[in-house]
Design a protein around this ligand. Structure first.
Ligand SMILES: [Mn+2]
Length: 316
């Protein structure tokens, strides 16, 4: 799609609402905040609202979220950032916007495309925030320090502080451009690295209770009882990478039982594409990093592990 078509749409609205995905992560937050600040800096008369839960600990540093009434949503352009599956919008009112556009780097979900008037979805980007940086350049947007800090926060989050690389190392190039704008990297890294005792305990549980399936998959199941015992009420799925790069295991996974008998699954793979397993259960994401949420019964985890194993064998 022509990137300028997105800009023309943005220019034609005086009120814009920015949406993120359920269980927002750093890239989702960084992209939403950067987009808001960038529109504010380049079109000072437009009203821009951030909806969703964002990231509380970052808000004082970068930007706060807004309470937006239904009428405003109905009269606004909606922009979906860091997701393109309409069901994954944290604020479900996105469907009521006058028009919706998407800027994202996940696999395209065809069923959702009917909701969007235009989109740019490019899965070659390591993060939605790095895709935004290129769009801002193309649109000749003025950038300021806060916009650059939000983008850097998003990129550093989704690449796990530049551990995951694209083939063309674009993330490093963009990071360099952002650093030239005088961003406070130490402060951003401080936020990314800070943790608390509750998290230490849950990480300890995962590291001492993981299991191995058929010599190919390393995984851990965290049940509701354990979460209650450890008083942990945040999203545990982020910790899937505690099991990354262990020996020769091709896939690592985290299964978490939540309230109302749901099971949240985070799947990661070294090389082989596993996103079809997630799609099979109504989830999605990237080829090598994906997830889903489903009803939890006895045998669910074994079913999933067997499906992953089938996929690994087929791909080899
Ligand atoms: Mn992302």
């Amino acid at each position: 799609m022509d990137k300028n078509e997105l800009l023309k749409t943005i220019e034609s609205y005086s009120s814009i609402v920015l949406f993120g995905h359920i269980r927002p992560d750093g890239d989702c937050f960084g992209a939403q905040v950067a987009m808001k600040l960038a529109i504010n800096a380049n079109y000072p008369f437009k009203k821009v609202f951030l909806v969703g839960s964002g990231m509380e600990k970052m808000s004082d540093f970068l930007c706060h979220y807004d309470k937006v009434d239904d009428k405003t949503i109905n009269d606004s352009l909606g922009i979906a950032l860091d997701f393109n599956d309409i069901k994954r919008s944290e604020d479900e009112r996105i469907v009521n916007c006058k028009q919706i556009i998407v800027i994202d780097h996940h696999n395209k979900v065809e069923e959702s495309m009917k909701y969007f008037s235009s989109y740019i979805i490019d899965k070659n980007y390591s993060s939605c925030s790095s895709l935004l940086f290129d769009l801002f350049k193309k649109w000749n947007f003025k950038l300021n320090k806060s916009i650059c800090e939000a983008l850097f926060f998003g990129i550093a989050s989704d690449t796990n502080r530049f551990l995951y690389l694209e083939k063309d190392f674009r993330s490093f190039y963009i990071a360099g451009e952002l650093i030239k704008q005088g961003i406070d990297c130490a402060k951003i890294y401080g936020y990314l690295q800070s943790t608390d005792e509750k998290s230490l305990k849950i990480k300890g549980y995962i590291l001492s209770n993981y299991k191995v399936f058929s010599n190919k998959i390393i995984y851990c199941f965290v049940d509701k009882k354990t979460l209650d015992k450890l008083h942990y009420d945040d999203y545990v799925g982020h910790y899937v990478n505690l099991l990354a790069n262990v020996d020769d295991y091709e896939v690592w996974a985290l299964f978490v039982e939540t309230n109302n008998h749901k099971l949240i699954c985070e799947l990661r793979s070294k090389e082989k594409k596993i996103v079809d397993v997630a799609k099979n259960y109504g989830g999605g994401g990237h080829d090598l990093a994906c997830g889903m949420s489903l009803n939890f019964d006895n045998g669910t985890i074994d079913d999933i592990l067997n499906k992953i194993l089938d996929t690994l064998e087929r791909e080899s």
